[in-house]
Design a protein around this ligand. Structure first.
Ligand SMILES: [Zn+2]
Ligand SMILES: [Zn+2]
Length: 461
């Protein structure tokens, strides 16, 4: 039974070769799934060798030279050529492989791999992946051949290319192939001799504190010139000279020799709010980095020295695209605690503040979208929980409030009432109008925040 199947296989291979010359790779690849741990070229050679022996045995029986032996010799298979000659036959002219045109070839693989290796030498990486580009006409010829001979044991031609090139690169750098998240992807086209090196981004996570107001998280373009530079912005094109993104990204760009960077914050604070406590989580994405093995304490030092007094970063570690996805989808913030220093238009009594503490405890606040964000957000009514307000008189008209709310509650409006759009409000309750509100987030609790624990501090919306 099994030997019959084997004969069937050899007959089929012979049938194919009689019609189409195939190189060792392209023949072996049609029967790839029938044996493991060998390259398709080895499989192709094994089949060609077995057929050559069969032709030799037939010649002993019949004295005739089999056409199959000529067909195999025509593929350039040396043992067939020699055997044919030994039997007194004339070696036929070599024909190129019907599928690949002879491109799948050890020396060609080596030549491209050497060029790839030379360029990869400029990069730091600890794993890689090789991909292959295959012209459509090559695929079409292979598909047609498989349909014609009913082949269902074949493998994709890409596998031959990636396996061969990958093996050479792997041996040279002594690093593993990584299928899920390779740091470097080499895309080769052995048919054109071209290749492309894709360097995947590097991710660094950490926390930032913002020590000074008027630093936006990402650069703001000047509202007059939109970045072109004008008199109003002193030809910087920016509304503010610094941004958290630039203060962290620029030094990182140099250290990692990257082409560009993208800053991702876990939410953002108002430009005029500071970030204290443990800071706000962020992930910095560095694109096309040449260096990957940089000591992160170096980056921390560089940023903190360079941005002293403006921002401060801490707890840096290497991250991943997966963690970035988590950061971006962070569950809604559970609660925020604010400190608000408020100056009113008139005196506020200790007693009134006591009443505020009593009245504004575990209540639901109803807010129409604040007028100041109406341009960005839909006008709707939100109901948010207010956990507590603590009030401490700092002067006749000045009060320090500590306010803990459910995430998403607009605190400025809770204080000033937003012309009746937030109810209840502290201003309405006190019968006073706030002249100045200075807001800082002192604590944020988020459910399911990755790694660093669940309490982080950040700032105001
Ligand atoms: Zn071929
Ligand atoms: Zn401008």
């Amino acid at each position: 039974m099994t030997s019959e199947k084997l004969i069937e296989l050899l007959d089929k291979a012979a049938e194919i070769l009689l019609k189409y010359p195939l190189c060792d790779y392209c023949l072996g690849r049609q029967f790839s799934s029938l044996c493991h741990g060998a390259g398709n070229d080895e499989k192709g050679r094994a089949i060609k060798l077995t057929l050559t022996i069969r032709c030799f045995l037939r010649h002993q029986e019949t004295g005739e030279i089999d056409e199959i032996l000529r067909a195999i010799a025509a593929t350039g298979f040396k043992p067939a050529v020699k055997t044919l000659q030994a039997l007194g036959g004339e070696p036929p002219e070599a024909r190129g492989c019907h599928i690949c045109g002879g491109v799948l070839d050890k020396s060609r693989f080596r030549e491209i791999a050497e060029r790839v290796i030379e360029e990869l030498g400029e990069y730091e990486f600890k794993n890689f992946l090789v991909g292959a580009k295959v012209p459509a006409d090559v695929r079409e010829r292979e598909d047609a051949l498989r349909a014609e001979f009913g082949i269902d044991t074949g493998e994709d031609i890409k596998a031959d290319i990636t396996r061969e090139i990958g093996r050479i690169v792997q041996r040279r750098f002594k690093i593993p192939v990584e299928y899920q998240n390779p740091e470097i992807v080499v895309l080769v086209n052995v048919f054109s001799g071209e290749y492309e090196i894709q360097v995947n981004p590097l991710f660094i996570k950490g926390f930032y504190k913002k020590l000074e107001k008027n630093i936006p998280q990402t650069p703001w373009y000047c509202r007059y010139c939109w970045g072109r530079g004008c008199e109003k912005c002193n030809y910087t094109g920016k509304e503010y000279p610094d941004s958290v993104s630039e203060l962290i990204g620029e030094p990182a760009l140099k250290l990692f020799e990257a082409l560009s960077y993208k800053f991702h914050g876990a939410g953002r604070e108002d430009v005029d709010a500071t970030v204290v406590g443990t800071g706000r989580p962020f992930i910095l994405e560095l694109k096309y980095p040449r260096r990957r093995f940089v000591d992160l304490s170096l980056l921390e030092k560089e940023v903190n020295e360079h941005a002293a007094g403006k921002i401060e970063i801490s707890n840096l570690s290497y991250s991943s695209r997966k963690e970035l996805r988590i950061l971006k989808n962070l569950s809604p913030i559970a609660s925020k605690t604010y400190e608000a220093i408020v100056e009113f238009d008139g005196e506020v009594s200790e007693n009134a503040l006591k009443e505020v503490e009593e009245k504004f405890r575990d209540i639901v606040v109803e807010q129409r979208t604040p007028r100041r964000v109406l341009r960005r957000r839909a006008d709707k009514i939100r109901q948010k929980k207010l956990y507590y307000v603590r009030a401490e008189k700092l002067g006749d008209k000045t009060v320090r409030f500590v306010i803990k709310t459910q995430g998403g509650l607009y605190v400025k409006e809770l204080i000033n009432g937003d012309e009746g759009r937030t109810k209840p409000s502290i201003a309405e309750f006190l019968g006073r109008t706030p002249i100045k509100i200075d807001l800082t987030v002192i604590e944020v609790e988020t459910p399911n925040v990755e790694a660093q624990g669940k309490k982080t501090s950040n700032s105001v919306e």
